[in-house]
Design a protein around this ligand. Structure first.
Ligand SMILES: CC(C)(COP(=O)(O)OP(=O)(O)OC[C@H]1O[C@@H](n2cnc3c(N)ncnc32)[C@H](O)[C@@H]1OP(=O)(O)O)[C@@H](O)C(=O)NCCC(=O)NCCS
Length: 321
């Protein structure tokens, strides 16, 4: 039989079933949903209106896909369009049997050339929190904000390619079946004075929110003064249905927990998070996931007070082009 060699090309429409096989054979760790059909890839990746097949490269040996890299862009500050000066690598996978043969390196080089040709000034492998347009809800948790630090030798692999460490995102989980919610006089006072208002009104979010989370269930929560109706804290939850086969439990992600500047340090953030936990427990949700920037000490403190624990870290690596 003729010896096959690994070759590289851009994405073809017939590739998704092979990419699905590769995803499931690559030991991507607890951050990667598994046990889902090809339609999920279509929905979350290939059918996105800004998916560019010229930025998606596969490594193949004959008909078998053994690696892929997905080069893309982050968005403008107002979240209304792509920012083509801001390149990202949304995903990068090499089949375990084909590692340490230069396949990953070649994929990164192809992605960099594509991004530079399009006008990117920099590239961030793993994209970063709120910066990845693809794989949200199937990698990382409710969003794909980096690559799992423990799962692959990112530093050893990317340092020789002249990348330096970028951002780091903590993944926190709370198992709602374990432990009791914290109580305090302040929390009890807030419960008496505040209402939790739940809406599915997400129409006021920008384009970038809709392309990333529009295909997932989402709800908005607001903690409102009973009198006066002023909002003391707000947040969202995003359904993590694709993770059910992998984690074996119903889970949701919590995002954008926010308290207006003038009412910070009054415990409203904690009240909101605990109130959301209580409502979700009633709906038989077992796990709540939150993602926070590793430098955000206030958010870390809040979620720790609400009994969340860090389960993983997602990292990125940057290079100017
Ligand atoms: C990280 C990854 C892409 C590397 O791919 P690869 O094809 O094995 O990388 P290369 O063969 O090009 O490696 C180039 C260099 O990186 C370094 N390197 C790569 N893997 C290494 C390892 N396990 N230990 C130490 N150094 C390593 C070495 O310096 C290597 O050169 P050498 O083999 O001559 O020593 C691969 O391990 C992988 O797919 N991991 C899982 C990906 C993942 O979790 N993706 C999630 C987001 S979608």
């Amino acid at each position: 039989m003729e010896d096959l060699v690994v070759e590289f090309r851009t994405f073809h429409n017939a590739d998704p079933p092979e990419i699905l096989k590769l995803w499931h054979a690559s030991n991507l760790g607890p951050s990667a949903a598994e046990g889902f059909p090809c339609d999920i890839f279509e929905l979350f990746v290939f059918s996105q209106p800004f998916f560019d097949r010229n930025g998606f490269f596969v490594a193949h040996e004959g008909d078998r896909i053994v690696g892929f890299v997905h080069a893309a862009f982050s968005c403008t500050k107002d979240g209304t369009a792509l920012n083509i000066t801001d390149g990202v690598i949304s995903a990068l996978v090499v089949h375990p049997e084909f590692r340490r043969q230069g396949v990953g390196t070649q994929l990164v080089v192809l992605a960099e050339h594509y991004l530079a040709d399009k006008g990117a000034a920099s590239v961030e492998v793993g994209a970063g929190l709120d910066r990845n347009g693809f794989y949200n809800g199937i990698y990382g948790g409710h969003q794909a904000s980096g690559f799992a630090n423990e799962i692959a030798p990112w530093t050893e692999f990317l340092t020789p390619l002249k990348f330096r460490p970028g951002s780091s995102t903590r993944i926190l989980h709370r198992d709602l079946t374990m432990g009791r919610d914290p109580v305090s006089a302040r929390l009890i006072r807030h419960r008496r004075r505040m209402n939790l208002v739940i809406t599915d009104r997400v129409a006021d979010m920008p384009w970038w929110w809709h392309v990333r989370f529009g295909q997932l269930d989402a709800l908005k929560f607001e903690l409102q003064e009973r009198q006066g109706k002023s909002v003391a804290a707000s947040g969202q939850i995003i359904g993590l249905d694709v993770y059910v086969p992998k984690w074996g439990v119903r889970a949701v992600g919590m995002k954008d927990v926010w308290v207006p500047e003038e009412v910070r340090r009054h415990g409203y953030g904690l009240s909101l998070v605990l109130e959301i936990c209580r409502r979700l427990r009633e709906q038989s949700i077992q796990v709540i996931e939150a993602q926070i920037d590793a430098d955000n000490a206030a958010a870390y403190e809040l979620f720790t007070d609400a009994k969340f624990e860090q389960v993983q870290e997602l990292v990125t690596f940057r290079r100017e082009l």
